[in-house]
Write a protein that binds this ligand. Sequence first.
Ligand SMILES: Cc1cc2nc3c(=O)[nH]c(=O)nc-3n(C[C@H](O)[C@H](O)[C@H](O)COP(=O)(O)OP(=O)(O)OC[C@H]3O[C@@H](n4cnc5c(N)ncnc54)[C@H](O)[C@@H]3O)c2cc1C
Ligand code: FES
Length: 289
Amino acid sequence: MASEAANPGGAGTVASHPWVPVPFSVQERVSETADTATISLAPTRSGGRLSFAPGQFNMLYVFGVGEVPISISGDAEPGDRFVHTVRAVGKVSRALFDVRPGDVVGVRGPYGTGWPLAEALDRDVLIVAGGLGLPPLRPALYELLRHRERYGRIEVIYGARTPKDLVHYAEIQGWRARTDLRFQTTVDTAGRDWYGDVGVVTTRLPDARFDPTRTVAFLCGPEIMMRITAQELVGRGIPPGSMWLSLERNMKCAVGICGHCQFGPEFVCRNGPVFRYSEIERFLGVREI
Ligand SMILES: Cc1cc2nc3c(=O)[nH]c(=O)nc-3n(C[C@H](O)[C@H](O)[C@H](O)COP(=O)(O)OP(=O)(O)OC[C@H]3O[C@@H](n4cnc5c(N)ncnc54)[C@H](O)[C@@H]3O)c2cc1C
Ligand code: FES
């Protein structure tokens, strides 16, 4: 199993220095939705095997456009590629969405903390993802399923705005067919051609099956969704210390120096992005943070 901080400070790429992006070429691009694509990147110069911990992110640099943090959404087994799922929301993410095989982008990383899979051993695991919260959790799900016997019940709730906004759709069908995993999808709104659940992810929580005294919960999605979900799970008996959330903040350096990503007393790039809920609970929802 990948460790929780396989590559602190970016030691896991073929980078010579944490500030210097390493050229990677686009190997594959898969359209997920109208504004989201999954891209596979391999170093242009051959190097060692690439490794990361589920939950970590890379800084992706589109030359001449800019650099943004993007979670790694592929398998954490050491390999020759980094996989990222990008939603076009602005200048840099749009340029990443638009890349084609053969294009070259810069990569710094992996950075940040990962999902604490060791805490999940012999316990039930509840994963709640909203929107583009599924890609950062996908490597953790791969690890859980690779070592399925080590964990109790695994329950996943994934919500998106509409059916057309569900990412990794084909893979989800495979997960939903498994008997050792309960994977629920729900959408905020849908037309008549949708036969699944309708409602925000929190509407599925009452139906989730887990033993709160032996459950760890991993949450990723819009901050308001994570805050409400965490509060509801506390109401269901999961201690705040048994829940982890992945936070997003604007970043520049990604190595704990510039202060751009400050969240209360924490730097999201260095102390996060995955935080234990009990450690950040009081800062969530504070407007100026
Ligand atoms: C640790 C981490 C992991 C991330 N993982 C992913 C990922 O896997 N896939 C993905 O598509 N995106 C991810 N993001 C968000 C991504 O970094 C932003 O969408 C990107 O920085 C936007 O830059 P831009 O130049 O495209 O848009 P900009 O022009 O900078 O902004 C466009 C719009 O997006 C908003 N915005 C900008 N940055 C953020 C941010 N960090 N969080 C929320 N809103 C923002 C702006 O307020 C604005 O409304 C992650 C962010 C962090 C911090
Ligand atoms: S991005 Fe510079 S301190 Fe986090």
